[in-house]
Design a protein around this ligand. Structure first.
Ligand code: SR1
Length: 328
């Protein structure tokens, strides 16, 4: 462990609030585990507020955290129009704020992302190569979520760049059961396009979308249709590694690492250190063909995918000492 001096402001059990728009799905559960692990390593306590996809509830949760006088606030998803006012109030009261996956741009806040533009391009580039720049595709998408809006910018550019690729169907919604909804919606599309070769690929830029469409394709016996997703979890890896799985490519970062970076920026802020206004983690493209035949998990995916993970982002020298002091 480093012997760097621990700043007094973080050398105590801090109270952190995590204000989340939703907590369903394997991305969110890995993200929450990552938050809890990093805060615990620093000897703090994190309270998770889940708004169940309700933006006004999210704003209420933010207000509650401010009123409780927490030491720092993490915001996950949500939209500026609902949260800007609360964020400004938190800063006025001296509470540090770090955001992830939203469009909040208030001075003094650090906003992190997974570089959604690279995520989308990584998986779409692989799709373009696999279908040789032409074919019929299905797009799964829902508006109103900052990461999906950013991925959509790249999708629109992709369609312009590949004029011989046609979108034959589009659907999508984010709910408490996004995977099942996507499965049902994909089943309807498959009924509308029953002939082999009528659909070449699906772009499903959220793993809950990708899981659902993969199940629908498998159950319809239409394994010739390939799925290009975004995100990765143990469950996703298992589905992708099934024999002849339609889901062949995904682009992702490690959600637990995203959370770790967000917590570390927050502690840096509380310690009075300079932090950037924006920070984007570097995603990787994961092709099933790059994985071995044996089952791979999130714990060992880095052994097969070059550049996976960025464990040292937002790490100050005193963080080792703080973790050692808290027995981690
Ligand atoms: C509804 S937004 C879903 C996305 O949030 C995170 O950015 C994950 O990557 C997921 O795809």
């Amino acid at each position: 462990a480093s012997d760097a001096e621990i700043p007094a402001a973080v050398d105590k059990p801090l109270k952190i609030a995590a204000i989340m728009e939703f907590s369903t799905g394997t991305f969110a559960s890995q993200y929450v585990s990552g938050l809890e692990a990093q805060v615990e390593k620093f000897g703090g306590e994190v309270q998770i507020y889940n708004a169940n996809n309700d933006l006004s509830q999210m704003a209420n949760h933010l207000q509650t955290a401010i009123n409780q006088g927490v030491d720092g606030i993490l915001i996950d998803h949500g939209r500026a129009e609902a949260l800007n006012q609360g964020v400004e109030e938190a800063l006025e009261k001296g509470i540090s704020v770090v955001t992830f996956d939203n469009d909040i741009t208030v001075d003094g806040v650090t906003a992190i992302s997974q570089d959604d533009y690279s995520l989308a391009w990584g998986t779409l580039k692989q799709m373009a190569q696999d279908i040789d720049g032409e074919g019929n595709i299905v797009y799964v998408w829902a508006g109103g979520f900052t990461p999906l809006e950013r991925r959509n910018v790249i999708y629109e550019a992709f369609l312009e760049h590949y004029p011989n690729v046609s979108e034959v169907a589009r659907f999508g919604s984010v709910s408490n059961n996004t995977a099942l909804d996507s499965q049902n919606q994909m089943e309807a599309v498959l009924k509308k396009y029953p002939e082999e070769g009528s659909i070449d690929a699906v772009f499903a830029p959220y793993d809950e979308f990708a899981k659902g469409v993969t199940r629908a394709i498998q159950q319809a016996g239409r394994d010739e249709i390939k799925v290009y997703g975004i995100d990765l979890s143990d469950e996703d890896l298992q589905i992708m590694q099934e024999e002849n799985s339609p889901w062949v490519t995904t682009a992702a970062t490690d959600p637990a690492e995203v959370a770790g970076v967000q917590v570390r920026f927050l502690y840096q802020k509380i310690a009075g250190e300079e932090t950037p206004s924006i920070y984007a983690l570097d995603p990787s493209v994961v092709n099933v063909s790059d994985l071995p035949d044996e089952p791979v998990t999130m714990a060992d995916v880095g052994q097969h995918i070059e550049g996976w993970g960025s464990p040292n982002a937002a790490r100050s020298p005193w963080m080792d000492a703080l973790e050692a002091k808290n027995g981690q």
